[in-house]
Design a protein around this ligand. Structure first.
Ligand SMILES: Cc1cc2nc3c(=O)[nH]c(=O)nc-3n(C[C@H](O)[C@H](O)[C@H](O)COP(=O)(O)OP(=O)(O)OC[C@H]3O[C@@H](n4cnc5c(N)ncnc54)[C@H](O)[C@@H]3O)c2cc1C
Length: 505
């Protein structure tokens, strides 16, 4: 007899890992379909990217290229395997930024506010082991849990703290999914590298493979299939999906897996692509796409790095191999009446470029603003151009909004002032390329109560279906101005909790 799982989770990343582990814990028979493979501790993302599928995308100036990047990372654990672990909660304003977006934007308000997500943020911080901000984050929406002490600032971070304070700003320690002390079975961080782009071999980084999926290996009710690409959700009657067509990437064979419930958690670009590929007689334009909303509202954050060379060496030597990527952040310009639209964003310490490693005079920060959700910014498929797997070419059609570029320019100026206060002799801005694809992916299957203006209901259920949920950043009507993963995980936990309450399908 063909096995019919209780639930099929598509993607084993930040969102899929949370949903799968919660449902396994609740006794569901769970299948996880993951396109990527396990990556060993010590692997670098840069070595894997050449093997990844690309997308057609626009450059910063709007020209098309075939080198778009539709991933965070394609592997067990998804982007978390390689992430820097920056784990900030979204700010209260991020849940309703309606007063801060341009008139041509899609409505940015979430269908619920911060307080609805708060308990799920608490869960995520406890499950992953998020370090404290020391109670110093002035914009934090609720007090810190203080599970693990804040990380000590790096030499770069210490310089930013001193400079920020001299300008009357309130720098604070970045909450990280990187253990600052032993956490359960995990050791404290050994400072091997800067964490980002690197699969932590020690277990100190709280990626979902390490914290959630790995410990479930051997559970009889969890099946993790790697190297299997979800191609198309198959409706066997209107509004009900009976199977998922998959492609085994090693053999090129096709198979259909069966489940009572399907949870799509493939990243906001790939989740939308899967729904768009799921055309049928009941859904000729793709599943959930009756009103042409699937793929629209793609947000990737407007972000740019600012780098400075200081007159003096930093106060202590940099850790030779790395030192954590981000230890200090500033949100003083998050809500700032002088910033265009009144909504600024985050200034975050970031690790040096490879060529600057070991140079004790280089400071670097990232400026991040949440981008306007635009109907014209979208994921689409080109059915006339097939990729190597015979599937329609993935298209990332994204142009930065002028207002977002103005907001980013404002934040850049504030970052330059900070660098100058730290003793910079030379401040340079690095080129931007986020329209090609970013690690911050949101908004392509927006949740809302109006089926004509959204793809999913507030619980992630694809409108007019009874057994398909979207669980990742695709749900987010507005991306917020902080790194997204903790919010994606809180959302995924909220969704998993609601599935458990509903009971097995
Ligand atoms: C180098 C780097 C540093 C980062 N640093 C931070 C940080 O410090 N803080 C932060 O908040 N965020 C960070 N991020 C972003 C973070 O990784 C993402 O926000 C997060 O992983 C997104 O979660 P997700 O579940 O939506 O998607 P993912 O984690 O990308 O998981 C999706 C999974 O689905 C799989 N998949 C895709 N399509 C299919 C398909 N058709 N069939 C089967 N499987 C499929 C993918 O292989 C992947 O494993 C970073 C990302 C990178 C790459």
């Amino acid at each position: 007899m063909e096995r019919r799982y209780d639930v099929c989770v598509i993607g084993s990343g930040a969102a899929g890992g949370v949903v799968a582990s919660e449902l396994v814990g609740a006794g569901w028979d769970v299948l996880v379909v993951e396109q990527g493979e396990h990556v060993p501790g010590g692997a670098y993302l840069v070595d894997l990217i050449p093997g990844y599928e690309t997308a057609r995308a626009r450059t910063m100036t709007g020209e098309w290229t075939e080198e778009g990047y539709p991933w965070t990372a394609c592997c067990v654990g998804g982007g978390t395997r390689f992430y820097a672990g920056v784990s900030l909660r979204m700010r209260r304003v991020d849940f309703d930024a309606a007063g801060h977006v341009a008139p041509d934007a899609l409505p940015p308000a979430w269908p619920f506010g911060y307080d609805e997500l708060r308990a799920h943020y608490d869960w995520a911080e406890r499950a992953l082991g998020i370090t404290s901000d020391g109670g110093l984050d002035p914009q934090r929406p609720s007090p810190p849990l203080d599970l693990l002490p804040a990380h000590r600032p790096s030499a770069r971070g210490a310089a930013l703290v001193a400079a920020g304070r001299s300008l009357g700003m309130r720098p604070f320690p970045v909450p990280l999914a990187v253990a600052s002390a032993a956490f359960g079975d995990a050791p404290a961080c050994a400072d091997l590298t800067a964490c980002t782009d690197y699969a932590c071999p020690s277990g100190a980084k709280g990626d979902v493979h390490q914290r959630l999926l790995g410990p479930l290996a051997g559970a009889p009710n969890l099946t993790l299939r790697t190297g299997l690409k979800a191609v198309r959700l198959v409706q066997d009657r209107p509004g009900h999906v009976g199977g998922l067509d998959c492609l085994d990437l090693a053999t090129g064979t096709r198979e259909t897996v069966r489940a009572g419930m399907f949870v799509v958690a493939a990243n906001a670009i790939q989740s939308a692509a899967l729904l768009l590929r799921s055309r049928s007689e009941f859904a000729p334009d793709g599943l959930g796409n009756d009103h042409g909303m699937v793929g629209r509202g793609l947000c990737m954050k407007a972000g740019q790095h600012v780098r400075a060379t200081l007159a003096e060496d930093l106060p202590e030597p940099l850790v030779a191999a790395g030192g954590r990527y981000a230890t200090v952040a500033l949100t003083d310009h998050y809500l700032d009446p002088d910033c265009p639209s009144g909504l600024g964003g985050l200034i975050l310490e970031t690790g040096p470029l490879d060529e600057d490693r070991g140079n004790p005079r280089v400071l670097r920060v990232e400026c991040l603003v949440g981008d306007q959700p635009m109907a014209s910014n979208r994921v689409a498929l080109d059915w006339s151009a097939l990729d190597a797997n015979g599937l329609p070419r993935l298209v990332i059609d994204y142009r930065p909004h002028p207002l977002d570029l103005e907001r980013l320019a404002y934040l850049r100026k504030r970052a330059a002032e900070l660098m100058t206060a730290a003793g910079a002799t030379r401040v340079v801005t690095e080129p931007m390329d986020f329209p090609l694809g970013s690690a911050h992916l949101h908004g392509t299957c927006r949740m809302g109560t109006d089926p004509r203006a959204s793809v999913c209901d507030p619980d992630g259920r694809v409108h007019a279906t009874d057994n398909v949920r979207v669980a990742d950043g695709a749900l987010m009507p507005y991306p917020g101005g902080v790194n997204p993963t903790l919010t994606i995980q809180a959302l995924a936990h909220r969704l998993a909790t609601s599935l458990v309450v509903d009971g097995k399908p």
